[in-house]
Design a protein around this ligand. Structure first.
Ligand code: UDP
Ligand code: MG
Length: 319
């Protein structure tokens, strides 16, 4: 019987300090494993020495494949590309910075063999991250859960194992604003988790500054929920009700009193407030319209510059 194949997908962006160590740790774990293993590194437009290091690794190891993006497309897209090119019976997604310990994959594979089709890593503790990052992450997962219609597990990143079936299903989802962990929950299948401690980054610094975290949060919320739209409508209705009442009050005053107040302050307050609400509602609309525009343009999710370590048959299938 042929050994089953495990694909390990690693998105990499400016990780020159870690990448060698990451590969060393991974090959330590899977040195003589009962499964065959392929590594797929996606170089997401790194500007440092990462790509050269990856070519070096790929040169000596037939099981290493590299997808070199033409520019930086972002973490979620890199993961998507890795899943597109992975051939394994199971596919594991893991960060390059060793925050997710490679040893945990062994536990994931065990659960997979028990019959689970998605095994996600649940973060018990997060080491070496700022209080701000931990706090915002925690708030975000809970807020997202309350906003969305799909049940999304909390404190779970993209570190997970998915079965071939799930991977194939994911490949059929064409959407552009990708929030991969949300999509994985959305497709269903038998899911479970393994708990692990999220370590410090081995070296280098986070590629998720606040701006990118906000974008990821936006993708999570707006791609999985219409609640913000409902919220906009709801706020609009409440405010119109109040303003209608106030309008009546104003009219009554106008006709019953002769000294109509010069009311500059109150009218300013009202107009500022309404303009604010209007802008918020417009912004929410804009989020959805923008997303619709992205989908309609139907551009490819990513552009591949070079492929290393794939056989040609493999490449044709993916084009
Ligand atoms: N990453 C990527 N493209 C990007 C940003 C990040 O491929 O535009 C990769 C990065 O190299 C790492 C993973 O995504 O392997 C997670 O990034 P990071 O560790 O910076 O995020 P954090 O763990 O701080 O949330
Ligand atoms: Mg990290």
């Amino acid at each position: 019987m042929q050994k089953k194949l495990l694909s390990i997908v690693v998105p990499v962006y400016n990780e020159q300090e870690v990448i060698d160590e990451t590969f060393r740790r991974l090959s330590d774990v899977f040195g003589d494993y009962f499964m065959q293993v392929e590594y797929i590194f996606i170089n997401d437009g790194s500007k440092d020495d990462t790509y050269r290091k990856l070519t070096q690794i790929a040169k000596n190891r037939p099981e290493v494949r590299v997808i070199n993006f033409a520019r930086n497309f972002g973490h979620q897209i890199a993961i998507t590309a890795g899943m597109d090119y992975a051939k394994g019976d199971a596919v594991v997604i893991i960060d390059a910075d060793l925050q997710d310990p490679p040893e945990v994959i062994l536990k994931m594979v065990e659960r997979w063999q028990e019959g689970y089709e998605v095994v996600y890593g649940k973060r018990l503790q997060r080491e070496g991250e700022t209080f701000f990052k931990k706090f915002t992450a925690k708030m975000f997962y809970r807020f997202l859960d309350s906003m969305t219609d799909v049940k999304l597990p909390v404190d779970v990143g993209d570190f997970r194992l998915i079965d071939r079936k799930v991977c194939d299903t994911m490949k059929r989802l064409p959407e552009r604003s990708r929030y991969v962990r949300g999509l994985v929950s959305w497709v269903g299948f038998k899911q479970t988790s393994v708990e692990y401690r999220r370590e410090k980054r081995f070296a280098g610094e986070t590629k998720y500054p606040l701006k990118r975290m906000v974008k990821l949060a936006g993708d999570g919320i707006f791609s999985f929920s219409y609640k913000p739209l409902k919220l906009a409508t709801f706020t609009g209705m409440i405010i119109s009700a109040f303003s209608f009442i106030y309008l009546i009050v104003v009219l009554i005053q106008k006709f019953t009193k002769n000294d109509v107040a010069s009311g500059w302050a109150s009218s300013m307050a009202v107009s500022l407030f309404f303009n604010g609400v209007m802008l918020i509602v417009l912004g929410i609309m804009g989020e959805y319209v923008g997303r619709i525009y992205e989908e309609v343009k139907a551009r490819p999710l990513y552009i591949v510059g070079e492929l290393l370590g794939f056989d040609t048959k493999n490449i044709e299938e993916n084009d």
